[in-house]
Design a protein around this ligand. Sequence first.
Ligand code: TYM
Length: 464
Amino acid sequence: MAAPPPATELPIREGEGEKKTAATEQEINPWDVQAGQDEQGNTLQFDYVAISKKWATKLIDEDLLQRFERLTGKKPHRWLRRGLFFSHRDFDKILDKYEAGEPFFLYTGRGPSSDALHLGHTIPFTFTKWLQDVFDVPLVIMLTDDEKALFKEKLTFEETHKFGLQNAKDIIACGFDVKKTFIFSDLEYISGHFLYNVWEFSKLLPFNQVRGAFGFDGSTNIGRIMFPAVQCAAAFATSYPQIWPNYDPKADRSKAIAKIPCLIPCAIDQDPYFRLVRDNSTRMRHPTPKPALIHSKFLTALQGAGGKMSASDPNSAIFMTDTPNQIKNKIIKHAFSGGRESLEEHRRLGGIPEVDVAFQYLSYFEDDDAKLLEIETSYRNGTLLTGELKKMAIAMLQEYVAEFQERRKGVTDEVMRSYMTPRELEWKGNPNPVKKEKKAKGGKGEAKPAEAKPAEAKPAEKEG
Ligand code: TYM
């Protein structure tokens, strides 16, 4: 395993979830993310343990990461090692599938409310690309242009559709393999089997469940009320009949394909949607396994504590279109510092990495655990100054954004359309699956007996 993770931003501590000091509670849902406030009106850090407890997700622990490494032979991504992806639902079941060489797919998405992604949005996509490389599985990416026009009063469907196509280019620039990736705009793609799933699933959802999950009331437009069924139905493998082998345009939704589960990487704000799927997916005509999830924290706003980088507040965010100079100025002017008032005080008392935004960004992008720990230690003991720390963060972010922009230049309309064409995807999965018999003999209980592999799930030549 990797060296012990440095105590980077927002470490999760025992008992953190029990804190009862907030005068206002944090609010986290897909449209509104706000940290709590204490009695003095100070904004608090997000309490991720509390949200995990409240929503009954599981925290990612060392055992899970070790098992991941054993099965895949890959060191966990730095965002896993550092607890930035901190929580999950049934990720262990996905590892069971991987171990047995059974099919599963990745599903993630973007709500196109603006024409450029910010740094925070690239976190789930960059992580998903890494998962795609590690697991070698198909991936679907949903652009909810319908959602954004329904939820943002000022945006039309035409505008969100255009934003979606621009966002698709940004998403492609995160490095996805075209052979294994299908990107779709809701406004363009939803029809056929996907639409059947949306309606069938909507029939299973009483308004009470949706109202409870999203806080809708009698004045909410009915498009918003219906939309969750759309984002939920995207978790069903049968919504994408063309990506699986042996596609037959005349066939009905297939029972075998319905059994293929998905893993959804996202920030924790998207979880309420998928709780609805998990509560109801086995009630579909062809029962579908509950989708698994892996949740990230929010990349902090430049202003620091309790803020989420957000496209609607340009000063809170670094955009993937920003120039090196803009990045530099934003960090110098706006990045909240954990340094002290004067040089003398800083040398004496040391900085506070936990609240320092430049340090937090470094913890996302510096891959070397030992180097990060050294930076943290010297900042904490006052040897490293805020200006020096900011300089490191600026260089790192300029590099990340410049590499992205270089890839983005190559994403023409034609390239974008190649990802957005419904077609059979190509993947191989686990090259060394553990056969059912072997697992049974091993008898350590780690690997459960595998379910039968759905006949249409993989082409014959791909079975190993
Ligand atoms: P959207 O466009 O709000 O966000 C896209 C993805 O980015 C995550 N995210 C962040 N991650 C880290 N730090 C931040 N500051 C930050 N802000 C946003 C979101 O959690 C999301 O993963 N309704 C969705 C689109 C969608 C989707 C999905 C997302 C459809 N199906 C499945 C994830 C998984 C939306 O509006 O995302």
